[in-house]
Design a protein around this ligand. Structure first.
Ligand code: ADP
Length: 480
């Protein structure tokens, strides 16, 4: 079974969020299921410089007004097709320019990626004709449209899968680009790629995919409704029989507290006591009072409204009233960044933040914080709570999407049965969040209950093994 994965980012080469973690980990996990996955990625500088020597080159016809070639080789242990088209990708930001705005030619950049994906799907790459083309998010969506529209003209195509990692990104572009993107006017209908007068690359994927998956069963249900569906719920309801949810895993080698170069002391589920060293390191790094007994909450996140962190900024006084500390690692919206900076300034030693992106500190925090806060308004799957489970940090999460599917709330029944792994709250608002923080503080004071939750979390299977089996089964069903 051969699968072409089409992705705009993949760990460890290019990452802006969880999408990269998923596309980077899936090929390895699927290999164990007998699936050979190759990933087509844009030739960003970071990808080209990581490519091993000896990559094979296939010349391509000019793409979007510039020359292009397809490199096929390995980088960071991954089998890749790299679309080398410097006029489109020789830039550092995968989506955004230095001014923080979308690159003005993102339509051309990701349509080009999708056109090449369709070519490979039809057998253009020597030695690798895929049985399945699997596109991720809007950046890959058009690939499935090109394949399906080609089929309408009699060109055979492989089966296709579209995975929605976050429906909040519709990939909208003006209809005036139709001809330049090589999309027939006949495709620009509500049953095609038209979305309120514009072209939506995401909708293209949703309409033309043989199967649609998203990254948790609860999110798959939620996006059928208007609130979480964000305008695509109608399209999805019409195709609900093609939609399913497959939870993400995490790379349990990259996220392994027994062998993590970024943490202060190694530990495992049998003896999590060395977490104390990482806790102290986090407190020191973020300027917090080095108190081993104080409950340390952490946040590792994009600081955006989706993540509900404006609510957390509001809840800081309630959090501090429990005697706890707060460590924040994240970057994003200026308003939320400013709110945490001012919380830090107003509460020295008790609130610490690092505004920015720091992979190493993310690992250290997972190993050192007592509880990880994820108050998302919506969360397709969420990866940080999975890392928290693996690292023995107790997730305190909103009861939405993948957070609802992966954390077992410490309600009375779960505590009595000894199966709780964290705290859930809902609806997603400041007061329920404050109540969840207080509930976590009460649990923290009960060392036995806390340690049981920690053990349960660390025993939870958050690996890719189960999810990879589900993807492989889906591919097999489609290929048959
Ligand atoms: P999303 O993809 O919506 O941002 P996920 O929880 O699915 O959220 O994935 C986020 C990933 O990015 C996790 O691997 C998390 O550790 C990482 N991450 C987020 N913000 C930061 C940051 N400021 N520094 C380091 N890693 C971060």
């Amino acid at each position: 079974m051969r699968v072409l994965s089409v992705a705009a980012e993949l760990y460890p080469l290019v990452k802006t969020g969880g999408l990269a973690d998923v596309t980077g980990a899936l090929p390895g996990a699927l290999a164990a299921e007998g699936v050979t996955m190759r990933t087509l990625v844009p030739g960003y500088p970071a990808v080209l410089s990581a490519l091993d020597a000896g990559a094979a080159t296939t010349e391509l016809p000019p793409l979007m007004g510039g020359s292009a070639r397809l490199l096929s080789g390995r980088a960071a242990g991954l089998e890749l097709f790299v679309l080398d088209a410097p006029h489109l990708y020789a830039r550092v930001g995968p989506y955004l320019g230095p001014d923080g705005r979308d690159w003005p030619d993102n339509a051309q950049r990701f349509a080009a990626l999708s056109q090449v994906a369709a070519r490979i799907g039809r057998g253009a790459a020597p030695g690798f004709t895929p049985d399945i083309v699997h596109a991720h998010d809007w950046q890959g969506g058009l690939a499935l449209a090109y394949l399906a529209l080609g089929e309408q003209r009699g060109v055979a195509r492989p089966a296709t899968v579209m995975t929605v990692h976050n429906i909040a990104f519709p990939g909208l572009f003006p209809a005036t680009l139709l001809a330049e993107l090589d999309l027939p006017v006949s495709s620009f209908t509500t049953a095609g790629i038209e979305y309120f007068g514009q072209i939506s690359f995401l909708k293209a994927g949703l309409q033309f995919a043989d199967r649609i998956t998203t990254v948790s069963p609860t999110y798959a249900q939620e996006i059928l409704g208007p609130a979480a569906g964000m305008g695509f719920d109608g399209v999805l309801r019409a195709r609900a029989d093609r939609l399913s949810g497959i939870l993400n895993g995490i790379d349990t080698e990259v996220w392994n507290p027994a062998r993590d170069p970024h943490i202060a002391a190694a530990y495992d589920a049998a003896n999590p006591a060395p977490r104390a060293a990482s806790k102290q390191a986090v407190q020191r790094r973020l300027g917090l009072v080095e108190d081993p007994g104080c409950l340390l909450f952490g946040v590792i996140s994009r600081l955006t409204g989706q993540k509900g962190l404006d609510l957390l900024a509001e809840a800081v006084p309630a959090l501090l009233a429990t005697g706890a500390q707060l460590a924040v690692l994240g970057a994003g919206g200026a308003g939320i960044e400013a709110a945490f900076r001012s919380a830090q300034a107003g509460n020295p030693g008790r609130v610490g933040c690092l505004i920015g992106y720091d992979e190493g500190l993310a690992h250290l925090m997972q190993a050192g914080v007592d509880a990880l806060l994820v108050p998302s308004r919506f969360e397709p799957c969420g990866l940080t709570q999975l890392c928290a489970l693996r690292f023995g940090a107790i997730p305190v999460v909103a009861r939405v999407g993948g957070l609802a599917d992966t954390v077992i709330d410490a309600n009375a029944a779960a505590l009595a049965q000894g199966v709780a792994t964290g705290v859930q709250f809902g609806p997603v608002a400041a007061i329920p969040l404050e109540q969840a923080i207080r509930r976590a503080a009460m649990l923290f004071a009960d060392r036995a209950a806390w340690q049981t939750m920690q053990r349960n979390g660390m025993a939870t299977d958050v690996s890719w093994t189960g999810p990879a089996k589900r993807y492989a089964a889906l591919y097999r069903e489609l290929a048959a």
